[in-house]
Design a protein around this ligand. Structure first.
Ligand SMILES: Nc1nc2c([nH]c(=O)n2[C@H]2C[C@H](O)[C@@H](COP(=O)(O)OP(=O)(O)OP(=O)(O)O)O2)c(=O)[nH]1
Length: 136
């Protein structure tokens, strides 16, 4: 089974938002880009706007969609993580599900314990960091 999950790489003032999964979530304590499972009939973009509003109470603008990263945490169940580059638009950040958040700069990207599926995305972000900062 492949489970499509969207996530937002949210940029603001030269940093990127990372959120820590709480004890009530799967993969507790691990860090991720916020987002969630795509519901049936929903576009990845609509899913991301909905999840970000629910989880963080903020609005974002979506930019590029990046290639997905796949990881199987359990046999027979593969997470297909679909990343979108995004920027913070409006609203006060209030966590409703996560345990914590951090705005990370380039040198801090690997300070947190990322969920496995996120690691290739964080590596890509690190490689593209300078050009991304020029464009967004
Ligand atoms: N949102 C998100 N989930 C991720 C990331 N990396 C990663 O492995 N995952 C995994 C954790 C979960 O197994 C799954 C997403 O499920 P979720 O629990 O966040 O999504 P959801 O709120 O729609 O799910 P549910 O509680 O309604 O079942 O994908 C990531 O960067 N962001």
């Amino acid at each position: 089974m492949i489970i499509p999950v969207t996530c937002a790489i949210i940029l603001f003032e030269g940093k990127v938002l990372a959120t820590q999964r709480s004890e009530s979530m799967n993969l507790p304590g691990l860090w991720e880009f916020p987002g969630g499972k795509v519901e049936s009939g929903e576009s990845p973009e609509d899913c991301l706007h909905r999840e970000i509003k629910e989880e963080l109470n903020i609005k974002i603008d979506l930019w590029d969609r990046w290639d997905f990263s796949e990881h199987s945490y359990q046999p027979g169940k593969t997470i297909q993580l679909i990343p979108f580059l995004a920027s913070y638009k409006a609203g006060e950040l209030i966590l409703s599900e996560h345990a914590a958040f951090r705005w990370l700069g380039l040198s801090e990207l690997f300070e947190v314990n990322w969920a496995q599926a996120d690691i290739p995305i964080v590596q890509e972000l690190s490689r593209k960091w300078e050009s991304i900062q020029k464009n967004y």
